[in-house]
Design a protein around this ligand. Structure first.
Ligand SMILES: [Zn+2]
Length: 194
């Protein structure tokens, strides 16, 4: 199986104006040593809490890059804490249903910390027979469109497999690829892409 890793910025529907907005995953570290916890608890830049992880509580520190600051600009991190240790809530495919991040909209200037409800909040989604086809961003939606419009899909799938960046297309659910489904899905995708 080939999966497309979630890009840094994901296209979402703005909860305020319903236009195209972006979601950027926040970054965090777990199990920070006790001695370093007061620093993060006092800092306005970080959020700290315990979460249950495989039945055990773990101490987490989070940083919301999407709010506008880069963690590399924070110069007084405790000894032994490196900005590189902070990782996105899920940095591989698929984007977890409730990944933490920041939603930013250029249409209505909304900028807010959220736990994304994916793919419910995805901007590029097409529903067909109760099944949801989604794309992380415009580029991915265009790749799907091109793929569906190509009648000799099998051939493309093979060549796509050779190009790692589009290998994930071979996993596109069959329900969207039937002779009956394709025209509807293509039309809806084209409308979304404008
Ligand atoms: Zn908006």
């Amino acid at each position: 199986m080939y999966f497309m890793p979630a890009p840094e910025l994901v296209s979402v529907k703005c909860p305020q104006c319903e236009q195209h907005a972006t979601f950027r995953k926040s970054i965090g570290i777990a199990n920070v040593e006790k001695v370093n916890r007061p620093y993060f608890e006092k800092s306005k830049d970080f959020d700290t809490f315990y979460t249950k992880h495989y039945g055990r509580y773990q101490y987490e520190v989070w940083y919301d890059t999407g709010l506008g600051n880069n963690i590399d600009n924070i110069r007084d991190l405790p000894d032994g804490i490196n900005p590189k240790h902070f990782k996105p809530s899920s940095y591989s495919w698929p984007l977890r249903k409730y990944s933490r991040g920041v939603i930013a909209c250029n249409h209505c200037t909304l900028r807010r910390r959220i736990n994304i409800d994916w793919p419910k909040q995805a901007y590029f989604t097409v529903e067909y027979k109760g099944k949801v086809l989604w794309a992380y961003n415009r580029e991915m939606a265009l790749a799907i469109l091109e793929y569906l419009k190509n009648s000799s899909r099998k051939k493309l799938s093979q060549s796509a497999r050779n190009q790692t960046s589009y290998a994930w297309l071979s996993n596109l659910p069959t329900v969207f690829q039937t002779k009956k489904a394709t025209p509807t899905v293509v039309r809806k995708l084209e409308k979304l892409l404008g």
